[in-house]
Design a protein around this ligand. Structure first.
Ligand SMILES: *Cc1c(COP(=O)(O)O)cnc(C)c1O
Length: 392
């Protein structure tokens, strides 16, 4: 009987570039029938040929062929060894944080995604995990927060929503010096622009809901690692939580990945133009965009990434202007989330960062006149015209 494990793994061939690997995935096509679009294996369980023999699959909570093809494809794209796909980015984070034992300490980026803040503050804190939020783009601040029991440093770069950039290599080196691991939430740039495992990180985490899926049609998460012990941890969590991504959603994400490089190029191009335009708008006080040459972390960006992505935040002159924009945008949609083909505008203080304490938000600059824009892949003139109309 043919099985999946002895089929040619085209994409691991060294000579293929990122784009070809993204299009062809891990197996190249489905091994049993040759289907070019990898099928959706909508089956909860798998028949065994005889006692002691297996096709490699037993029960879809543990492993499913569609999810496995996706996980292997992601591992290839991130230049890792093992991929894991979850029912959401937060499910991936839940699986990650269970690496910590009671009494251990984790340091996280200060303006981190609000849901990740909530996991720490409302769930893991109560199991005796100690945590601190620090601006990891300031290495001195990081060093002074380290404790003897620090076991994990959680980076988000560029950070959400303030677009600070963290030196992945430097922070990973510090983590390893103290016997901790470094984790990078790579949601904003994806492996097309940034590959944290090649910069010394131990774990890459994604909200695959965003650019990896790319079409605002699934909720999904992922983790990719190189180390076998870390892989065993994620395997155990996935099978215990039952948080593996369903076959249909795995297929949608596989389909999304085929155009990741094209979409990221267009997001990048459009965002550069929109950021420049916003900066010259009289009602805009400040634009947060990692592609500006005068961004304080620009040198770090140029060292570790090959693009700036599609995310921009900006502060306007008043809360009234915010309300007018959110009401008057037309093609651009006022909605949570990011990374899809459609341009979305978000109000972080009441949406993504609702559960971040007010004083923390105030200190960070996530105020009531602060907006976040996920620049889509529409025609950039249409995006600018729509914003211009809403802002004037
Ligand atoms: C959206 C997001 C998450 C959470 O992911 P879900 O897929 O919504 O669970 C985590 N980190 C970042 C940076 C995000 O943007």
């Amino acid at each position: 009987m043919k099985n999946f494990s002895n089929y040619t793994d085209y994409s691991k061939k060294e000579e293929l570039s990122f784009e070809s690997k993204a299009v062809h995935g891990a197996l190249g096509c489905e091994p049993l029938t040759g289907a070019v679009s990898f099928p959706i294996y909508q089956s909860s369980t798998f028949r065994h040929p005889e006692f002691g023999k297996t096709t490699g699959f037993a029960y879809s909570r543990l492993a499913n062929p569609t999810r496995q093809e996706l996980e292997r494809t992601l591992a290839i794209l991130e230049e890792g060894e093992y991929g894991f796909c979850f029912s959401s980015g937060q499910a991936a984070n839940m699986a990650l944080f269970t690496l910590l034992n009671p009494g251990e300490h984790i340091i996280l980026m200060d303006d981190i995604y609000g849901g990740t803040y909530r996991i720490m503050a409302q769930i893991f804190g109560k199991y005796g995990i100690e945590y601190d939020f620090v601006d990891l783009s300031d290495l001195e601040a990081l060093r002074s927060t380290i404790k003897p029991n620090t076991k994990m440093i959680f980076i988000e770069t560029p950070s959400n929503p303030l677009m600070k950039v963290v030196d992945i290599r430097a922070v990973s080196d510090i983590a390893h010096e103290i016997g901790a691991i470094s984790v990078v939430d790579n949601t904003f740039l994806t492996p097309y622009f940034q590959k944290p495992l090649t910069l010394g990180a131990d774990v890459v985490i994604h909200s695959a809901t965003k650019y990896l899926g790319g079409h605002n049609d699934i909720i999904a998460g992922a983790a990719v690692v190189r180390d076998e012990k870390l892989a065993a941890h994620f395997t155990l969590q996935l099978k215990s939580h039952g948080s593996g991504l369903a076959p249909m959603d795995s297929w949608l994400m596989l389909r999304g990945l085929k155009t990741l490089h094209l979409r990221m190029e267009r997001h990048n191009e459009n965002a550069k133009i929109v950021a420049g335009w916003l900066r010259n708008h009289p009602k805009v006080k400040k634009v947060y965009y990692v592609g500006f040459e005068d961004h304080k972390d620009y040198a770090v960006t140029m060292k570790q990434t090959t693009g700036f992505g599609g995310m921009i935040s900006f502060a306007v002159d008043s809360e009234e202007t915010v309300m007018k924009i959110l009401r008057d945008v037309d093609m651009v949609m006022f909605a949570e989330s990011l990374g899809g083909t459609e341009t979305l505008i978000t109000y972080p203080t009441t949406q993504t960062h609702e559960d971040t304490p007010e004083d923390v938000k105030e200190k960070l600059g996530i105020t009531r006149s602060f907006l976040r824009l996920s620049v889509g892949i529409e025609n950039v003139n249409d995006i600018i015209n729509d914003l211009d109309r809403a802002m004037s």
